[in-house]
Design a protein around this ligand. Sequence first.
Ligand SMILES: Nc1nc2c(ncn2[C@@H]2O[C@H](COP(=O)(O)OP(=O)(O)OP(=O)(O)O)[C@@H](O)[C@H]2O)c(=O)[nH]1
Ligand code: SF4
Ligand SMILES: [Mg+2]
Length: 415
Amino acid sequence: MNTPKSLRTHILFAGRVNSGKSTLVNLLAGQSVAITSHERGTTTDVVEKTMELRPAGPVVLLDSAGTDDDSTLGTLRVERTFKVMKRADVLVIVTIPGAWGEPEQELLSAAAEQKLPVITVVNKSDTVPEEEVFSALPESKLPPIAVSAVDTSVANRDRFVEKFTSALLSALPEEHFAAQVLLQDLVPEDGHVLMMVPIDSQAPKGRLILPQVQAIRDALDGNAVCTVAKESAFPEIYSRFHRHPDLVICDSQVVKKMIETIPDGIKCTTFSILMARMKGDLGQLASGAAAIASLKENDRVLIAEACTHHAGCEDIGRVKIPTLLQKKCGCKLNFDFYSGNDFPDDLASYAMVIHCGGCMLNRKTMLNRLHTVANADVPVVNYGVCLSYCTGVLNKVLSPFKISSGEPKDAMEQN
Ligand SMILES: Nc1nc2c(ncn2[C@@H]2O[C@H](COP(=O)(O)OP(=O)(O)OP(=O)(O)O)[C@@H](O)[C@H]2O)c(=O)[nH]1
Ligand code: SF4
Ligand SMILES: [Mg+2]
């Protein structure tokens, strides 16, 4: 399977209109993925290209619209470029010799605000004498890279790829390359992970969903044995084991069945909780659950989904969670639904944010969203935490992580 986009390093190329961002992305990709032209404002929306940039690993190149376009449409595009910064792991400012000025400075400030590492590339180096290529550039942590992106010769590309990759390795913080462990740290070598996967009308045809596939792969990477059982066969399968598994994982929607089947003291959790820990801040999401108890009549709740039209998640976010939540709080709540790549900036009017599992988002994006919510002083949970809280099993599925929530001790009996 290809590396999921969410686990790739996201590299955003931004700069003035016509600085050669798209030409540069094409040079790096080694193929024509973005349209280039001398017309100003050729790139109107973000263009993405996945590739392998050894030894930095799998990356997504994000080509964006120029940030010095004053037209009405241009302003919208500029806003979009700045928004895309929130999902980037590194920003490449593409400039041309002698042009450094306000638009580049603005990009630099936005990157500093978001603690985003920056690489400066001076394109169109062929248009000035060599000694003028780096003129007017401010001091930067990493030395700028000069290139002529229109030169698509193998030698020029190889030279640029090499310089760019080493700049990337220096720019990204060490923890960026640390393995993103989903469950390995919870299971001993040669341990046994049991997974309960519902195969019903909600399950995609002919395959498992991403968190399930990633959990199986992570268990195998950690040299554990993995058993995957259907929900309907789960109690019978469990009774066949002579030794208890080291970890049991299930889908958030069938968590009660898992807990009723396995004896006390066996580590258990949900795919969604594992994902929440890998992608973001599980502690923040767990403590957010305590706020569910204080939701009041007509409070506004934002339900945010990272994908548009994901049938399974839509059903959970738009139907199951609103129903369960209102039942749990015993009052009517007002829900706003939000889906897609952007995330609203103005959250102050919400009493709570409920985010999807974020399996398609990279960790950077998820942390940025959680940070935005925390800054607005709004409690946040994800679908998995919310479903587990509403069914009274949250502390149980958090127990492998030594994190507790505001859930009452006898919550499961109350449900
Ligand atoms: N001489 C020279 N021209 C270049 C170089 N890189 C790009 N160009 C030219 O500059 C023009 C703009 O290139 P693009 O790659 O479309 O620039 P862009 O920054 O993506 O432009 P927008 O999408 O409109 O913001 C094109 O005519 C390119 O052929 C270079 O290194 N040297
Ligand atoms: S990112 Fe969110 S909406 Fe998309 S598939 Fe994963 S959980 Fe569902
Ligand atoms: Mg372009």
